[in-house]
Design a protein around this ligand. Structure first.
Ligand code: KIV
Ligand code: NA
Length: 261
């Protein structure tokens, strides 16, 4: 059965943790979906891991949709959520509606994610949700604000923590179906997770969230650099390099192809 936003909220009540990973193309999406991942996020981190940009900021709406279409074609079961790229939604709720509408209509993704909270973004979330567009929130470290925040952990003082809690509450009240908590103290993530009735999905936010998300390139060991809280479960850079070198050697030595292949 296909995963729905209502299912995620039910899973929170049941204590069933939510498995989320990012995808940027058909091949990766197909593998993640077949492996039973619940939520597949077309994260704007694809700007770095698939397109070689320095930050997520240059990514355009057209580029995002191009990747979301490929991901969607690889998914049968998981919920596909797509990031709204930088400055495709901050201008006004109308701009956000236009961008989110294009993503859903052109790619077939089922929901969008945007960064930030109270008060402007929460109003935008409410506008989208009222139009029937499911929204995933994202607070704490928000990489689209890198020039303002850096990549530092957020919510370290009681005041900063309180502000992030209030943002998460505002997003729930605006109708978000879940919220990503990025790079905040585990204690704060626990407090937010207990306070909200929608699920929290953590990245660098400790073990107490209702689910976890990683950038798949980090999990696979494909990234050249990754944040301190990411975990690689395999080193694909090494494995791919070895395979390519073996091919190179065999070609140069005249060993590939041999007469039987
Ligand atoms: O773009 C991304 O990959 C994300 C996740 C890390 C939450 O926003
Ligand atoms: Na993102």
């Amino acid at each position: 059965m296909a995963v729905t936003t209502q299912q995620l909220i039910q899973w929170k009540r049941q204590g069933r943790l939510i498995v989320t990973l990012t995808a940027w193309d058909y091949a990766i999406a197909q593998l993640l979906d077949a492996a039973g991942v619940d939520v597949i996020l077309v994260g704007d981190s694809l700007a770095m891991v698939a397109l070689g940009y320095e930050t997520t900021l240059p990514l355009t709406l057209d580029e995002t949709i191009h990747h979301a279409k490929a991901v969607r074609r690889g998914v049968q079961k998981a919920l596909v959520v797509c990031d709204l790229p930088f400055l495709s939604y901050q201008e006004s709720p109308q701009q956000a509606m236009h961008s989110a509408g294009r993503i859903l209509k052109e790619s077939g993704a089922q929901a969008v994610k945007l960064e930030g909270g109270y008060p402007t973004i929460a109003q935008t979330v409410s506008f989208l949700v009222q139009a029937g567009i499911p929204v995933l929130g994202h607070v704490g470290l928000t990489p689209q604000s890198v020039h303002k925040l850096g990549y530092r952990q957020q919510g370290k003082t009681p005041e900063a923590g309180e502000r992030i809690l209030q943002e998460a509450i505002a997003l729930e009240e605006a109708g978000a179906f879940a919220v990503v908590l990025e790079h905040i103290p585990a204690e704060l993530a626990l407090q937010i997770t207990q306070k909200l009735s929608i699920p929290t999905i953590g990245i660098g936010a400790g073990p107490h969230c209702d689910g976890q998300v990683l950038v798949t390139a980090d999990l696979l060991g494909l990234s050249q650099k990754q944040p301190p809280f990411a975990k690689s479960y395999v080193n694909l850079r090494e494995i791919i390099t070895q395979a390519v070198e073996n091919f190179g050697t065999e070609v140069k030595e005249g060993k590939f192809p041999d007469l039987t292949s």
